[in-house]
Design a protein around this ligand. Sequence first.
Ligand code: GDP
Ligand code: IMO
Ligand code: MG
Length: 422
Amino acid sequence: MVDLLLGLQWGDEGKGKIVDVLTKDYDIIARFQGGPNAGHTLEFDGIKHVLHTIPSGIFHENAINVVGNGVVIDPVIFKKELDNLEKFNIDIASKLLISRKAHLILPTHRLLDAASEAAKGKAKIGSTLKGIGPTYMDKTGRNGMRVGELEFDTWKKKYRTLADKHEAMIGFYNVDIQYDLAELEEEFYEGVKTLKQLQFIDSEEYIFQAQTEGKKILAEGAQGSLLDIDFGTYPYVTSSNTTAAGACTGLGVAPNKIGSVLGIFKAYTTRVGSGPFPTELFDADGETMGRVGNEFGATTGRPRRCGWLDLVALKYAVQINGVTELMMMKADVLSGFKTIKVCTAYKYKGQEIQHLPYNIESTNVTPIYEEMKGWAKDLTKMTKASELPPALNDYIAFLEEELKVPIKIVSVGPDRLQTIHR
Ligand code: GDP
Ligand code: IMO
Ligand code: MG
């Protein structure tokens, strides 16, 4: 069986932290989609780590980490991630396996991302500029380069043909993008050299065999359900399926082999980049969430937009993914709010609705809130569910009742140990 861990909001729910917490119970941690647009933060022993492509189980001796076929890999960023891990003496050669079918992000994909965003002007997606969109476009357009290609001498020739085409395409955008491709290629070739030192595998076969041997596998999602290419707030989304089905295509796991679906959400909501966000706050409460929650993007450093929990959107994500267990993150950040608000419905075309309509722009939907009593206690030193303040227990009970799924973990700080199991 393969369990899934998925972000249920607009990303940055705390997936990295929870994968790290859960890895002791798994043999394999596998990424199935996204690429270095992800920034997954882990904290333990007073050190903070940010991973982009490497699965968040990498610090545990017991687990093998797999970068699946659905992932897009930038060798330049990958090399930097590996360099950062060097001092931790991890046996990367045996613990980190790469799918031959994963696609490569080329330097020109990054440039195309920048050109596309510049051409959009105010309507830009707010992409992380890591080349994600153009790489997935080449994948579905059947022009992409895969990791397996690097095992053949012809790869440089193929690279050149594709990069030349990309340069011509950059010209079509008619925007001012400054770059030195020779310099970018130098780092790219260095990155490829490093990548080639790792084991390339037929990951679908590896995952299949692991299942027949009864190994426990956890698939680590990137981004969040509302950034899903089909079910997110299109076009302000990423270019992969971040929802449960993405794990089937991104690893080659059959749907009837999916076990638990662990859904992770913040006790409030954040979003980085452009796009609709019905419960977004522009007042002191939003500012407090951002400051206390240290809400800055782990990949780009951009401030994250903050707002109250949107239960309409969360229910939608629970539904699309078939979530069986929930994890609520950053409960500590809400300590001190006199009142906690939860959006339980939208006003849409004069009516109250409880589902996500086609368009959730603020011109279309207005959130309707229920108010609950806040709690003042600092949660960050708590380790047991019995210590949680009554008002937080009421909040949790309310959410469980609304979502019809149990909340099994309440996270009260960024550290591995600041995790309460219920
Ligand atoms: P991911 O992309 O889902 O892995 O999440 P990120 O790492 O991008 O963002 C989550 C941020 O919140 C990171 O800085 C974490 O260290 C931090 N974090 C995770 N859980 C908690 C928590 O319960 N409380 C607080 N205060 N911070 C947390
Ligand atoms: P993790 O895994 C939050 C957002 C970008 C932008 C949109 C498209 O850390 O949760 P892209 O670079 O994919 O073309 O950007 O998606 N985005 C994320 N937001 N967390 C992420 O990943 C994100 N990955 C992409 O900000 O709005
Ligand atoms: Mg993140």
